[in-house]
Design a protein around this ligand. Structure first.
Ligand code: HEC
Ligand code: HEC
Ligand code: HEC
Ligand code: HEC
Length: 454
């Protein structure tokens, strides 16, 4: 009878949380709790704070501002850095705005989705849907820990286990049920719970959903969003119904040679290392994958120097293809803007706007993970070429619309700097900064556990 009750409780918990895993206790979300028992793992995890460089993508490449015109990523977009900064960077980003109350601000609560073990703690406490339905600013007072132990380990078994029920649902729906995977894939799934493409499902409490029902390649996800009629935003200049791809590392890796050869995120990003007394443990820093050369890469690659060279040239090629695609897509947005101004109708614009949406989706899927040159350069180059081609088709279609309305030449503004590009898409950076400053000083510093300076 006792056994049966326990089983009933377990089933009930699984039904509520959407997963069959033990709940971590509230203390488990706190990284310090794990320090004494696992000093080596804790210390190597803590070194993610050393990867602190803030690289401003918009300053480096102002065309990106125009690509995201009308959307948060035009306000602020940096390269990823150490896991230590996930909560800090989310609070500081201009994208999350300056909500002074629980009910204002541009972002939904699910924006905390890939930042902190406090997410699972809150899901357990209030329910996933109740959490997600609120605004981002409603939960800052609960977000005390950056990406940590309880995001990736079940506190009871210690095993690498993704804490996010929405990820476990998506893995299962894509035919890779967590419980049925080999241990090395289960370990990689701890990364895949966050390093993926996702959206907030308006039909399900704005919970996080991975758009994998039809597959996770670039075309299947695009077909999924098209069939759903989903858009992340309407472009400020072209009025195209746009999609934002979010870091699809898991998806692009699944289509790579390394995946076929059973080399996972963990093999490259979390090599084994030795502590001062010679005991082996897993390095939890996750950056600098190339440092794993001797243990991992050397099984198949000849020398580190060769690999460093290959990475550098792949990076350069991807960058070149990225810029080439941007040059076309940015002009397509302006061409569409000019066509609207000249009096084009929705019916005339429909096909061209769809081409812009598709071109930019391919561009974003290829580059949004920032590591495509290492993970799958072939896929990256192929999609960037298609993005450029599709962008050119959009421009050809728009040329006809423009001609019909008597426009033979479009003039393009100067978008050579981030500030100029932001002004073009109607952003008032001074105002956004001031709003953020007040929010950080008056709300975050006073009421939230993670303190962030302006
Ligand atoms: C991003 C996911 C992730 C985070 C965060 C994380 N771990 Fe791990 N951890 C793993 C994975 C994956 C493995 C298994 C590595 C393997 O199988 O090669 C692992 C292995 C371990 C092991 C087994 C022994 C070893 O060193 O291989 C311990 C103990 C451990 N982690 C403790 C911790 C502690 C303590 C924290 C927090 C300070 C932490 N982990 C944070 C993913 C994570
Ligand atoms: C809870 C969500 C989450 C999990 C789990 C997670 N990541 Fe991350 N990762 C992030 C976020 C968010 C950032 C960006 C943080 C920032 O810039 O503030 C990031 C950044 C990174 C970076 C850039 C680090 C740097 O120093 O530049 C790498 C590499 C990375 N993650 C690899 C991994 C690997 C490998 C795993 C699995 C072992 C993993 N991540 C698990 C969310 C996650
Ligand atoms: C074959 C080895 C390998 C595999 C497998 C691999 N990576 Fe990487 N990853 C790299 C290398 C190399 C880089 C380039 C940066 C570097 O040298 O550390 C990189 C870059 C990244 C970056 C960008 C870091 C930045 O600061 O811009 C992220 C994030 C990342 N990887 C996450 C993952 C995740 C998640 C997986 C699994 C789904 C994965 N990687 C699989 C080798 C690998
Ligand atoms: C199990 C074997 C294996 C291991 C281990 C391995 N690789 Fe590879 N790697 C390959 C193969 C096979 C290719 C494809 C070669 C080709 O097509 O020319 C490749 C290609 C690459 C490329 C070229 C880009 C691409 O994807 O085609 C890079 C960069 C790379 N590997 C980095 C790494 C790094 C970094 C590590 C270690 C962290 C590593 N590899 C570990 C087998 C491996």
């Amino acid at each position: 009878m006792k056994q049966l009750n326990k089983l009933a409780v377990a089933v009930a918990i699984a039904a509520i949380s959407g997963s069959a895993f033990a709940k971590n206790s509230p203390e488990d979300a706190n990284n310090i709790t794990w320090k004494e028992k696992y000093p080596d793992q804790y210390a190597s995890w803590a070194t993610t704070a050393e990867s602190d460089a803030l690289d401003d993508i918009l300053a480096e490449d102002p065309m990106v501002v125009l690509m995201f015109g009308g959307y948060g990523f035009a306000k602020d977009y940096n390269k990823p850095r150490g896991h230590h900064f996930a909560v800090i960077d989310n609070i500081r980003s201009l994208r999350t705005g300056g909500p002074m109350t629980a009910t204002e601000g541009p972002m939904a609560a699910s924006c905390w989705g890939c930042k902190t073990p406090d997410l699972k703690r809150m899901y357990d406490q209030v329910g996933e849907g109740n959490f997600s339905e609120k605004k981002w600013g409603a939960w800052g007072h609960e977000m005390a820990n950056s990406i940590g132990c309880a995001d990736c380990h079940d506190a009871e078994t210690g095993k690498p286990t993704p804490a996010r029920p929405f990820a476990l649902r998506a893995f299962a729906a894509s035919g890779q049920k967590f419980e049925e995977q080999e241990p090395n894939i289960q370990a990689a799934m701890t990364c895949g719970q966050c390093h993926v493409e996702y959206y907030f499902n308006g039909k399900d409490h704005k919970n996080v959903k991975f758009p994998w029902d039809g597959g996770m390649d670039v075309d299947s996800i695009l077909a999924y969003y098209d069939a759903l009629g989903f858009k992340d935003w309407t472009h400020k200049i072209s009025k195209a119904p746009m999609l934002k791809a979010q870091h699809p590392e898991w998806e692009t890796w699944q289509q790579s040679t390394h995946y076929e050869m059973d080399v996972t995120c963990i093999d490259c990003h979390m090599p084994k290392t030795e502590n001062a007394s010679g005991k082996e443990f897993t390095n939890h820093n996750v950056a600098n994958a190339i440092d794993a050369f001797d243990q991992t890469c050397s099984n198949c690659h000849d020398t580190k120097a060769e690999l460093v060279d290959a990475l550098a040239s792949a990076k350069q090629e991807i960058h070149k293809a990225q810029i080439a695609a941007e040059e076309v897509i940015v002009k397509a947005h302006f061409d569409a803007g000019a066509a609207w101004e000249a009096g084009a109708t929705e019916a005339e614009m429909k096909d061209a706007l769809k081409l812009i949406r598709h071109a930019q989706w391919r561009w974003d899927y290829a580059i949004a993970s920032h590591g495509i040159y290492a993970h799958n350069p072939q896929l990256g180059l192929e999609q960037l070429a298609k993005a450029k081609e599709t962008g050119a088709e959009a421009r050809a279609a728009l040329k006809k619309v423009l001609a019909k309305h008597g426009v033979s030449k479009v003039t393009y503004p100067d978008y050579s700097t981030k500030a100029k590009a932001q002004a073009i898409v109607g952003l008032d950076k001074t105002k956004l900064d001031a709003q953020k400053k007040t929010f950080l000083e008056e709300r975050v510093q006073k009421e939230w556990p993670t303190k962030v300076q302006f």
